[in-house]
Design a binder for this molecule. Structure first.
Ligand code: CAA
Length: 257
């Protein structure tokens, strides 16, 4: 679909942002295509999604600076909303989303990765929120998600200084979960996605919802969210089968000499 490639590998969907001439920068067209691609993901069949960038140099080099350069205040706000709406859709998608960050993840690139559940990156990845150097704030959720992921102190340092960091530092501050040589990034992302897809889908979805929604409220309310979702897993086939299988297997073990 236009600037987005979508491929299915078993129960895993792979979205590739494909605008290599501009290092996969996000203009309005890319955002529109990404939104439509996410809407088209078959949530009955796909259990985990991977988002990556085309080429070996860049995941996403940010929002499109050329397009932003002439925006009015109102248009700037609308552009921010367009990005935020798509990224929030990714964040609240019922299934887990893994970002496979294959190079530059700057501005909107870092921001889209932060709307994903898990961030894996290649050794050549570079992260940063360079916006204040361009006279703007991060506009696709960076001020909010970076502070939540690495804490307000580190987030403020990165955002105020507009300094880029390499994969090793991103790992050290907890911005990425794992770092791999570039050629291993997609195989590892697929391996993780397939591992997630093997688990009980209702339970995996409930975990995503519990973690995301719980983080937005106080602990008393958060724990009630967990209780409800925990309860919702009972009487499902996955729960009956998963527990019966465990108990059965253990009976066999007991019988063994
Ligand atoms: N917007 C538009 N075009 C971009 C772009 C962007 N964010 N990033 C790269 N490009 C384009 C370049 O203009 C260039 O195009 P031409 O070949 O037509 O000149 C092409 O991609 C290749 O880029 P470079 O020649 O600059 O490649 P490089 O290897 O020398 O540098 C880079 C790579 C360090 C990533 C550099 O391109 C760069 O600094 N890009 C901008 C990064 C940035 O500031 N991103 C944040 C944008 S603001 C934002 O995202 C706001 C928000 O939160 C919503």
């Amino acid at each position: 679909m236009g600037f987005i490639d979508y491929e299915v590998d078993g129960q895993v969907g792979i979205i590739t942002i494909n605008r290599p001439k501009a290092l996969n920068a996000l203009n309005s067209e890319v955002l529109k295509d990404l939104d439509a691609t996410i809407d088209a993901v078959d949530l009955d069949a796909i259990r985990c999604l991977i988002i990556t960038g085309a080429g070996e140099k860049s995941f996403v080099a940010g929002a499109d600076i050329g397009e932003m350069s002439t925006l009015t205040k109102a248009e700037g706000e609308a552009f921010g909303k367009a990005g935020n709406d798509v990224f929030r859709k990714i964040e609240t998608l019922p299934i887990p989303v893994i970002a496979a960050i294959n190079g530059f993840a700057l501005g909107g690139g870092c921001e889209i990765s932060m709307s994903c559940d898990i961030r894996l990156c290649s050794e050549n990845a570079v992260f940063g929120q360079p916006e204040v150097g361009l006279g703007i704030t991060p506009g696709f959720g960076g001020t909010q998600r970076l502070a939540r992921i690495v804490g307000p102190g580190k987030a403020k340092q990165l955002i105020y200084t507009a300094r880029n960091i390499k994969a090793a530092e991103a790992y050290r501050i907890g911005l990425v979960n794992e770092v791999y040589p570039l050629e291993e990034l997609m195989p590892q992302a697929k391996k993780m996605a397939k591992g997630i897809a093997k688990n009980a889908p209702i339970a995996v979805r409930a975990c995503k919802k519990a973690i995301n929604e719980g983080l937005e409220v106080g602990m008393d309310e958060a724990i009630v969210i967990e209780e409800k979702l925990f309860g919702s897993c009972f009487e499902t086939e996955d729960q009956k089968y998963g527990m019966a299988f465990f108990l059965d297997k253990n009976k066999e073990k007991v019988k063994e000499p």
